[in-house]
Design a protein around this ligand. Structure first.
Ligand code: COA
Length: 163
C-alpha cells in the first residue's frame, strides 16, 4: 500500500491579488520567514506590495493566508525584467506545493507583461529557497558579497522567459 500523501494538499489554496487589508497578516508572516535584518519593515513591505510596478499575490486557504509573493518590473538595457521581491510560505505549509503555486502565478504575470526574464537574490545559506528556485529552472548568475546586513552573501539567480 502506498503511504498517505499527508502533506500534499489536494484542495489547492486560491490565488488572488494582495489587498491593503492583508498588510498586517503578510507582515507577521514575513517576520516568521526571515531573520531580523533581512525581514522587511512594515513600511518597506507596504511599498513593495502596492507600488505601481509590482504584482503581489496571496494564497488563501479557507480564509487563512497560506503564503504570498511579490514581483516588481524593472527595465534592464531596455528590456522588461521581473524582479522577485519575496515569496513567503508559513513553515507548517512548506513542501505542500504552495510556493510553486505562488511562483507559477508570478511567472504567468511576467509572461503576460512580456518580461524577458525574472531575476532574484537569495541568501547563500537559504538552502530550501535555492533548491526551490533551481527546481523552477532558475540558474545562478553570480554572488553579491555582503548583500544582507553587510555580512551575508546573496546568490543572484535568473530565469529566461523569452528571447
Ligand atoms: C522557499 C519557499 C517559498 C518554498 O515554498 P514551498 O511551498 O515549501 O515550496 P513547494 O512545496 O512548492 O516546493 C516545490 C519544489 O521546490 C523544491 N523545494 C522546496 N523546498 C525545498 C527544500 N526545503 N529542500 C529541497 N527542495 C525544496 C522541491 O523540489 C519541491 O518539490 P517537492 O516537494 O515535490 O520535492 C519556502 O521554503 C519559504 O517560504 N521559505 C522561507 C522564506 C524564503 O526563504 N523565501 C525565499 C526568499 S529568496
Amino acid at each position: 500500500m502506498l503511504p498517505p500523501r499527508s502533506k500534499r494538499v489536494d484542495n489547492q489554496p486560491h490565488i488572488r491579488p494582495a489587498a491593503r487589508e492583508d498588510l498586517d497578516a503578510l507582515f507577521a508572516l514575513d517576520q516568521t520567514c526571515f531573520r531580523p535584518g533581512i525581514a522587511y519593515s512594515k513600511t518597506e513591505l507596504r511599498y513593495f506590495l502596492f507600488h505601481p510596478r509590482s504584482i503581489s499575490v496571496v494564497a488563501e486557504d479557507g480564509g487563512s493566508i497560506a503564503g504570498f509573493a511579490i514581483v516588481e518590473f524593472l527595465l534592464e538595457e531596455g528590456r522588461r525584467i521581473g524582479h522577485v521581491i519575496t515569496i513567503d510560505v508559513p513553515a507548517a505549509l512548506r513542501r505542500t506545493g504552495v510556493g510553486r503555486l505562488l511562483m507559477d502565478a508570478l511567472l504567468d504575470s511576467c509572461r503576460e507583461s512580456e518580461a524577458a526574464a525574472v531575476r532574484l537574490e537569495v541568501a547563500v545559506d537559504n538552502e530550501a529557497a535555492i533548491a526551490f528556485y533551481q527546481r523552477l529552472g532558475f540558474t545562478q548568475m553570480g554572488r553579491m558579497r555582503g548583500y544582507y546586513m553587510g555580512k551575508l552573501d546573496a546568490l543572484t539567480m535568473r530565469l529566461a522567459l523569452q528571447g
